[in-house]
Design a protein around this ligand. Structure first.
Ligand SMILES: [Zn+2]
Length: 330
């Protein structure tokens, strides 16, 4: 299953319509996203949420699909792993149903991304904790990236410089830290030993990183400029030596808004840096991205930074992204 593509064609071209704010556009996108999520939720019923049998009888619930893929690789058949958010939904904009909350409160362990990625799940986390469910928060076990630190990116819009970035899955070595921390917790909390699988997975994540270095090093250094839908590629840029030029929504969340002023500033930076491609994502207004592309001459390329590919593999997910970035910036 691929991710939602929002295509609200009636949205204002906020970047090219002086005097009109992007607020209307964001609202139109939010409505399109809700419709898309409803369709996906229907399509996914009985799909990713259906647990399979396990050897321990223990139940692990993971909030988000990309994190869930790595947890499934780690756990194998030692416990059931259930992913709450349908693959392709926007994690910044997802709230659990009563049934999802019931699933969470019945789990033995809840695995979360943290850093407010799951912005709509705070009450549900508290309910699960009150029910005695153990919680593992991935971002507690990594070196957290903070926005703008030495990156020279524009943080003057609706995002605070120094804010912690939740997009930790965009770096395989950060995910390796998550695996290294989760494996002993599974033993302590659930009494299951996945140490052999952890060693194998950590080795594969190291090899994946080497593979991504090789792909991304094919882009000449001056061309390594990233413009995205929202600020999702901070860990990726940091790991692979790419520069963050800006984002259509200048925020760590898709739930913030573009403005005519922020889009004009972004277009100026795209022209100045000679950026070849603008990467749209879940939650990006397609018509605004297209307008930025038309105005600046940059290609508009869809990048699935928040959804797994059809094979459900984190490894395919990352290599697809690296290949698309490299192909479109060279
Ligand atoms: Zn995001």
């Amino acid at each position: 299953m691929t991710h939602i593509e929002t295509t609200s064609r009636d949205t204002v071209r906020a970047g090219t319509t002086p005097g009109r704010s992007g607020r209307l556009g964001r609202r139109a996108v939010a409505m399109a996203s809700i419709a898309g999520i409803a369709v996906l939720a229907a399509a996914c019923a009985g799909g990713s949420a259906a647990p399979s049998g396990s050897s321990s009888g223990k139940s692990i619930v993971v909030t988000y699909s990309v994190l869930g893929a790595v947890v499934k690789d780690l756990v194998g058949s030692a416990a059931t792993v259930t992913v709450l958010m349908p693959n392709g939904s926007d994690p910044h904009d997802w709230a659990p149903s009563a049934k999802d909350i019931e699933t969470m409160t019945r789990a033995d362990l809840l695995v979360e991304n943290g850093l407010n990625l799951e912005g709509g799940m705070g009450d549900a986390f508290n309910q699960a904790e009150k029910a005695g469910v153990k919680r593992f928060i991935a971002s507690d076990h990594i070196s957290v990236r903070h926005v703008g630190a030495g990156e020279g990116i524009d943080t003057s819009a609706d995002q605070v410089a120094g804010a912690p970035d939740p997009h930790l899955w965009m770096d395989p070595l950060t995910m390796k830290d998550v695996v290294a921390a989760l494996a002993p917790e599974l033993r302590a909390d659930l009494g299951i030993d996945v140490s052999a699988r952890a060693a194998d997975l950590e080795a594969r994540l190291t090899a994946l990183n080497d593979q991504l270095v090789a792909i991304l090093n094919t882009v000449p250094a001056p061309e390594r400029s990233l413009v995205t839908g929202h600020e999702s590629l901070g860990y990726f840029a940091q790991r692979y030596g790419y520069k963050l030029i800006g984002a259509i929504i200048p925020s760590l969340s898709t739930q913030a808004e573009s403005s005519a002023a922020s889009l004009a500033a972004l277009e100026a930076k795209i022209r100045a840096a000679g950026v070849k491609a603008v990467f749209t994502e879940v939650g990006t207004d397609a018509s605004v991205a297209q307008a930025v592309g038309t105005d600046t001459g940059a290609k508009v390329v869809e990048l699935t930074t928040h959804a797994l590919p059809p094979d459900g593999s984190y490894f395919t997910f990352m290599t697809n992204i690296a290949n698309l970035v490299a192909e479109n910036l060279k």
